[in-house]
Design a protein. Sequence first.
Length: 95
Amino acid sequence: MAKYKITFDRKTCIGSGACTSVCPENWELVEKNGEFKAKPKKTEISEEEYASNAEAAAICPVECITIEKIKAKKRMADDEGFGSEEEQSDEEEDF
Ligand code: SF4
C-alpha cells in the first residue's frame, strides 16, 4: 500500500487556516509568539489519508504544502542487492 510524505514550509505559511478546514484530522493551527501557523500532526500518511491532505495542499494560498509518494523500501533494497552482486562478479573475472 502506498505511503506519502508531507513537506511543509512553515516559514511561508501565513496561518490562513484553509488546510485545517478541509483536513482537520491532520492539520491544526498552532500559536507561537502571537503568530498562528499550521502544523501537520503526521508527515507520513497512508493512501486513505492522501485525498484530504492533497486537498489541503491544493487549497493553501501560498502553496507551502507538498506531498510526494514514498518509494517502496523492498524494491530499493532489491536494487541495492543486485548492484553489489554485479560488483562481486566483476572482481572475480579479474583473477
Ligand atoms: S492553508 Fe497554507 S497558509 Fe493556510 S494555514 Fe494551511 S499551510 Fe498555512
